[in-house]
Design a protein around this ligand. Structure first.
Ligand code: TYM
Length: 341
């Protein structure tokens, strides 16, 4: 490694192409991806391998391909420069799956069984639960460890998976010496868990059956206003952050992330006003945040050749970089060096 790059920290994160990202994805993770992208060596990816762990795209594989391109464009639109950072599609970088297989053999069945997201999703998909869904966090550990990531910007729902990656890292290094770098989560305070607009005890999710529960990053302004206005609150008509006021707390978190205002400032701004005024202000702040991204996205998505060129370069750079850790790991576990034809 060059001395000048030694001090630069590496940031890595991925997002699944399950659908258009929500405001939760944006405020919880993607906003932070863009915010740190000039200060660190950032590696970001579209986690399409993760997206086939559930049956969603079995009937319509073309939809997965479309979602992948759309998401790739959206990531550029929100401020990630593919010339400065590595922006790749996971299935185009074969080293991730290779490392995941090896790490499987250093992951205990018991610890993988404790993952709450697996428990939730397997309850939802019943008889259709795949081994891939169970193995999902190990692939995620491989995504992180293969680049020696220092920081991983994620929402709170991915914290347990990050902990697992840390445990796997520790176990592997305990056997073979310091091969893998220990990653740290980067979880923002206000946006770490943006909740459903209809059930503020649940996280906002792009796979929610009720579209009123989430704001999609590509929703039109009038749709955003409607969804925010119909958000569940309470009967107190008091804008303040307090335990039990889950709906209001959630809207305050959204407003705070979009405007940079603190909870105290927000409470002062809406003292003596009702939820109508508050919701209008939240909706407008969300529209103002998303509008420039939407506009840039609309331009980019028409240029498929440009996007596919970026993808190819991203895959090549990611493969080259990740090969280093994979080679070290393969040597350590006792494999023959790759055969050269
Ligand atoms: P995914 O695609 O579900 O979500 C992408 C990112 O958005 C965050 N997020 C949220 N943050 C706040 N509030 C919400 N309501 C909300 N919903 C989602 C997620 O925490 C995530 O950071 N397994 C990952 C993708 C992945 C990954 C990785 C992440 C694959 N490999 C390696 C980091 C490192 C996932 O399904 O995220």
């Amino acid at each position: 490694m060059q001395p000048e790059t030694e001090s630069r920290k590496t940031v890595l994160s991925l997002i699944q192409p399950t659908g258009t990202p929500t405001l939760g994805n944006y405020l919880g993770a993607l906003k932070n991806w863009a915010a740190v992208s000039n200060d660190y060596d950032c590696i970001y990816g579209v986690a399409d391998l993760h997206s086939i762990t559930v049956p969603t795209f079995r009937e319509n594989p073309a939809q997965l391909r479309k979602n992948t391109l759309d998401l790739y464009a959206l990531l550029i639109a929100l401020g990630i420069d593919p010339e400065k950072n590595i922006l790749f599609v996971q299935s185009q970088v074969p080293t991730h799956a290779q490392l995941a297989w090896i790490l499987n053999c250093y992951t205990q069945y018991g610890e993988a069984s404790r993952m709450t997201q697996f428990k939730d999703k397997s309850a939802r998909y019943g008889a259709n639960v795949s081994v891939g869904l169970f193995d999902y966090p190990v692939l995620m550990a491989a995504d992180i460890l293969i680049y020696g990531a220092d920081y991983v910007p994620i929402g709170a729902d991915q914290k347990q998976h990050l902990e697992l990656a840390r445990n796997i890292c520790d176990r592997f290094n305990g056997i073979y010496g310091p091969v893998l770098k220990m990653p740290e989560p980067l979880i923002g305070k206000a946006g770490a868990k943006i909740c459903s607009l209809q059930d503020p005890l649940k996280k906002m999710s792009k796979s929610d059956d009720n579209p009123k529960a989430y704001v999609s990053m590509l929703d039109e302004p009038n749709v955003i206003m409607k969804k925010i206005k119909s958000a569940v609150t309470d009967s107190e008509a008091e804008v303040c952050c307090r335990e039990g006021k889950d709906g209001v707390n959630n809207l305050m978190a959204i407003y705070s992330c979009c405007t940079g205002k603190t909870n105290e400032e927000i409470e002062a701004e809406f003292r003596g006003k009702g939820y109508g005024d508050f919701k209008t202000a939240v909706g407008e702040a969300v529209c103002a945040t998303l509008e420039p991204i939407q506009q840039r996205y609309r331009e980019l998505i028409t240029d498929k050749a440009y996007l596919e060129g970026c993808m190819a370069r991203g895959a090549e750079a990611a493969t080259r970089l990740s090969q280093r850790t994979l080679s070290k790991v393969m040597k350590k576990v006792g494999f023959y060096p790759p055969a050269r034809g």
